[in-house]
Write a protein that binds this ligand. Structure first.
Ligand SMILES: [Zn+2]
Length: 372
């Protein structure tokens, strides 16, 4: 990594004419910023920045890579503004190559001069989590604690009393996304946590106009129609009227190329649907293999031990059907777990070591159609 200071005069010149806040530092050839104004970003190009999001104990800085693909000059006003973010949970990695590949394509497309709109990409939103092989953000205070960043958006600044984690997400929310001024539609990409697996699926809050189309373009295996989680990126967008989904593509710490490919193709369909690509046409959406569910039933372990899941992802199960067997250390059966509902297998435990009370299988179902 190369770090150098720009000439102070040059930096001041840039700052005087722009709301994008350049710190004056350049890392690996890309400028460091603390705030982004899209008017300052070159049109017909993909520009790379580092967001200076926080400084950890020991004065180790967190710099987040930020892509901005800007179309033609007029399209900042005439076109849509899409946010693609991923890995806010630091062990969830499949979204990283999705964002990288989309921006590699965008670099060619915007250079042709007729791309209509703007795309902002955050390929690694939580390097603290990446460093610790953990979904959460590590804070050193009080000998250390972990914060789920996807529950504290839009954050709080240090001046308003926020801690380092709250200020960190405040920098993303306000510095990059401009408190919604830089974004009018958003996709946040996740995977399951370590130790479980799931198909290609999404959370979607159908109460927000635009969300149903946004999620159906993904053609996922399962759409979980969901009111969201307070403080998540998705729900924070929804709360401000911006259509957004949480797209979940596989398991943590495992490169799932099939899902990466599907997510990449989804984003291209979305760019078409948003009329951002030249000669855009409304994409055909095939939902024949998509299961829409309103409810989830979690089958949890009654004992700690070793678990063998006996159903497959996306298998249809009946109420009372065995879904997993729990063993003690002698190999004797502790428990045969049964499904409490009829539905489709959504999540399975892949880590055989199980702790009492933790999830073994998730079954999705539709309470309204089954009458339950
Ligand atoms: Zn996640």
């Amino acid at each position: 990594m190369r770090i150098c200071n720009l000439a102070a005069v040059a930096a001041l010149t840039i700052c005087a004419s722009a709301q994008t806040n350049f710190t004056g530092d350049v890392i690996s050839g890309y400028p460091v910023i603390t705030a982004l104004d899209l008017k300052d970003v070159p049109s017909n190009a993909v520009t790379r920045y580092w967001l200076y999001a926080a400084t950890s104990q020991g004065r180790v800085p967190y710099f987040l890579p930020v892509f901005v693909a800007r179309g033609s000059n007029d399209s900042l006003n005439s076109g849509r503004k899409l946010s693609l973010s991923t890995s806010i949970h630091g062990d969830e990695l499949n979204g990283i190559p999705v964002v990288q590949r989309v921006f590699a394509s965008l670099a060619e497309w915007v250079a042709q001069g007729n791309f209509n709109g703007t795309v902002i990409g955050l390929p690694t939103a939580n390097p603290s989590g990446n460093l610790h092989n953990n979904p959460n953000f590590f804070s050193s205070s009080d000998n250390g604690f972990l914060t789920n960043l996807n529950r504290i958006f839009p954050g709080e600044s240090l001046l308003d009393g926020g801690n380092i984690a709250e200020n960190y997400v405040h920098k993303i929310w306000n510095g990059i996304w401009g408190n919604t001024t830089n974004v009018d539609i958003a996709v946040d990409i996740h995977t399951l946590s370590t130790g479980s697996d799931a198909p290609f699926w999404a959370y979607a809050d159908f109460r927000q106009e635009g969300v149903q189309r946004l999620v159906e373009l993904a053609m996922p295996d399962i759409i979980k129609i969901d009111a969201g989680e307070e403080g998540s990126i998705e729900t924070t967008w929804i709360g401000r009227g911006v259509p957004a989904i949480t797209l979940e593509i596989g398991t943590a710490k495992v490169w799932r190329n099939e899902y990466i490919d599907r997510a990449e193709q989804y984003i291209y369909r979305l760019l078409n649907d948003l009329q951002m690509l030249p000669n855009s046409s409304t994409p055909e959406v095939d939902l024949s293999n998509t299961y829409k569910a309103t409810d989830i039933s979690s089958i949890n372990a009654g004992y700690s031990g070793w678990v063998n899941v006996t159903v497959d992802l996306l298998e249809d199960v009946q109420e009372g059907q065995e879904v997993a067997v729990l063993y003690d250390s002698w190999g004797d059966v502790l428990e045969r777990l049964k499904s409490s509902t009829s539905g489709r297998v959504h999540t399975v435990r892949t880590d055989p070591a199980i702790e009492e009370g933790s999830r073994v299988v998730w079954i999705v179902y539709n309470a309204t159609s089954s009458g339950k």
